[in-house]
Design a binder for this molecule. Structure first.
Ligand code: ZN
Length: 367
């Protein structure tokens, strides 16, 4: 047995040892009390020192789960918006494979994640919002000239967008093969995806009976929803059956999240294509501007160099084709300069012309 000498320090240690034994006894007594009432998991009571405590479903949380808290705060408002904008109906919400979409979102580059959050609600740099934000005066699509909102981007009928759509869907077809996708599921998904551009195309008659429920479930979520990576939760179990039939160890949940990822990227590629056109000479708005500038250049050449100062006449001494072949910005500058100089020169000559007119037509000026 060990005896401690009496000293202030040892008295302090002895006091804490006693307290420790006391608390242990209380804990054992409390456990016996719980066992007697068949409640082995004690409730997490609020301590008197706690200023605030968070309860979810009547259970006090021992730590703050940021995802759960975000869901509690944001989901009611999000559901309200989904209802108002008919984006995700309550039926579609329960049909959606949200865990796969969450994994897909986390695996996307940060820039594409931001793009996705903006485009799924439609508040993004499309014509509709550029006009609303005062960045542009026209909401026309740069590829076809039609009114552009976020839904128009993958549905644009411009030949270049149709070609891009075909390229991307062929790439998705090949990708699905590399992921050992059930051929019937692949066929069903690609048929449903065609519904984005032509809702009359997908038909349940195209798929075998074992896929009809998943097909209908995906239609409930919507073709746009599919393009935004919102898969039906029925696809992964069907893919699992196929993988098992082949003795494959591949994960069907990973397959689903990767597919969701690929679908979002497909939509993003169409946006990239649209931006490429916007900044190229294929932009229909730019083409219109280019035509107007060319008409102005033709006018200036038709009027000739007579009304221009000598130094500017040199601009019309080149071949018309040389000017017309210049980039749009250079042509605009050329036209602006020639027009300005012609106007200024005509203004400067106006008094002399009036004097000459008076001289040769005095009757017109007699009182
Ligand atoms: Zn368009």
């Amino acid at each position: 047995m060990c005896y401690l000498e009496r000293s202030p320090k040892n008295n302090y240690i002895l006091s804490w040892s006693k307290r420790n034994v006391e608390v242990d006894n209380w804990a054992v007594a409390y456990r016996h009390q719980l066992e007697a009432s068949n409640h082995l998991i004690a409730s997490n009571a609020r301590f008197f020192t706690e200023l605030a405590a968070l309860y979810i479903g009547g259970v006090k949380q021992s730590r703050l789960d940021p995802d759960h808290i975000q869901e509690l705060v944001a989901l009611p408002a999000l559901r309200k918006r989904w209802r108002e904008k008919l984006t995700v109906t309550p039926e579609a919400e329960s049909e959606t494979d949200w865990p796969s979409l969450a994994r897909a979102m986390r695996s996307l580059p940060a820039g594409v994640q931001r793009w996705t959050t903006k485009h799924v609600v439609g508040m993004c740099g499309v014509g509709k919002f550029k006009v609303r934000w005062g960045y542009d005066t026209s909401a026309a699509c740069p590829c076809c000239g039609e009114f552009e909102d976020h839904l128009h981007v993958p549905r644009c009928r411009a030949p270049s967008t149709s070609a891009e759509w075909d390229r991307q869907t062929v790439a998705l077809d090949l990708w699905l093969d590399t992921q050992v996708t059930d051929p019937a599921i692949k066929h069903a998904l690609l048929s449903l995806l065609k519904g984005v551009r032509d809702p009359s195309l997908p038909s349940i008659r195209m798929v075998p009976g074992r896929l009809s429920s998943a097909f209908r479930s995906q239609q409930c979520i919507g073709y746009q929803g599919l393009l935004e990576g919102r898969l039906s939760r029925q696809w992964a179990p069907l893919q699992e059956e196929y993988l098992q039939s082949r003795g494959s160890q591949r994960s069907p949940t990973l397959w689903a999240s990767r597919l969701s990822h690929q679908l979002i990227l497909l939509g993003f590629q169409l946006w990239e294509h649209r931006n490429l056109v916007q900044h190229s000479e294929d932009n229909v708005q730019l083409q219109e501007r280019s035509q107007q500038v060319n008409d102005g250049i033709h006018n200036q050449f038709d009027m000739g160099p007579t009304d221009l100062p000598k130094v500017v006449q040199r601009l019309l001494s080149v071949k018309r084709r040389t000017v017309l072949n210049k980039p749009l910005v250079d042509r605009e500058e050329w036209l602006k300069l020639v027009r300005m100089e012609r106007t200024a020169y005509r203004r400067a000559l106006a008094p002399q012309r009036r004097i000459l007119h008076r001289f040769f037509h005095p009757a017109d000026h007699s009182p």
